[in-house]
Design a binder for this molecule. Structure first.
Ligand SMILES: N[C@@H](CCC(=O)N[C@@H](CS)C(=O)NCC(=O)O)C(=O)O
Length: 227
């Protein structure tokens, strides 16, 4: 599994591998060195993004697809990724919500300005509040302990890592009561999984204080900060 140590999608997949008790080789990709931007890496993932799963020569990018594949293939039961159609649809919905809205908005506000020449703006902040409000509403509506059911599912792995980005910059989301409660419950009930997330959080918190120098990078999309 190709992973970047502070990358939320990578941390989501690592939690899943741990929850499934799988033995695997972790290959750390150095984002700062642009190890994911080489033609060699593009053979594994043409999108040149991290993470990538290599399951004995079966290469898969997009962390949601990786989580779904791992849980289906290696789950002892269907708790992490339920087979019941409506429950599974809710899990799939939360994964899509995370990709399209929740992590997207959090990442635009928290992560992009740490690594590249972007700013936190009233609009990026407003989007984070919208994302939190949406998730809070979903948790209230299902009334479940976790994002989709009373057990953790692969959706929680994504939503927890996204939420961790807020904690990394001391963003106060305590007024979103259902989100706060869910997040605290996860930390308490799954300390081994949280430890994986926390490792990434510490790195992000450090970068928030001392932003990394990526001025050497020739990035195809993001504006590089010139120091
Ligand atoms: N939708 C992808 C996003 C993966 C992603 O964007 N990963 C970041 C690292 S956290 C990346 O590789 N970015 C490439 C770049 O910015 O050059 C997923 O969920 O796997």
């Amino acid at each position: 599994m190709y992973s970047v140590s502070d990358g939320p999608p990578s941390l989501a997949v690592r939690q899943c591998l741990k929850a499934l008790n799988l033995d695997y080789k972790l290959i750390n990709v150095d984002f700062g060195l642009g190890e994911h931007m080489t033609e060699e890496y593009a053979k594994k993932n043409p999108q040149k993004e991290i993470p990538v799963l290599d399951d004995r020569g079966f290469y898969l990018g997009e962390s949601n697809a990786i989580l779904q594949y791992l849980a289906d293939k290696y789950g002892q039961d269907d708790k992490l990724y339920p087979k019941d159609l409506q429950t599974r649809a809710i899990v799939n919905h939360r994964l899509c919500f995370n990709l399209s809205t929740y992590y997207r908005y959090i990442s635009e506000h928290v992560m992009a300005p740490i690594f590249f020449a972007y700013s936190r703006t009233p609009l990026s902040l407003k989007k984070v509040y919208i994302a939190l409000d949406n998730f809070n509403t979903y948790l209230q509506r299902t009334g479940t302990k976790y994002a989709a059911t009373d057990n953790i599912t692969i959706a929680d792995f994504q939503l927890v890592t996204a939420t961790m980005c807020l904690e990394a910059i001391n963003f106060d989301f305590s007024s979103y009561k259902a989100v706060s409660k869910w997040y605290d419950t996860y930390k308490k009930e799954y300390p081994d999984l949280w430890a994986i997330v926390e490792g990434g959080m510490k790195e992000i918190a450090e970068f928030e204080k001392n932003p990394p120098d990526l001025s050497h990078m020739d990035h195809p999309i993001h504006p590089v900060r010139k120091n």
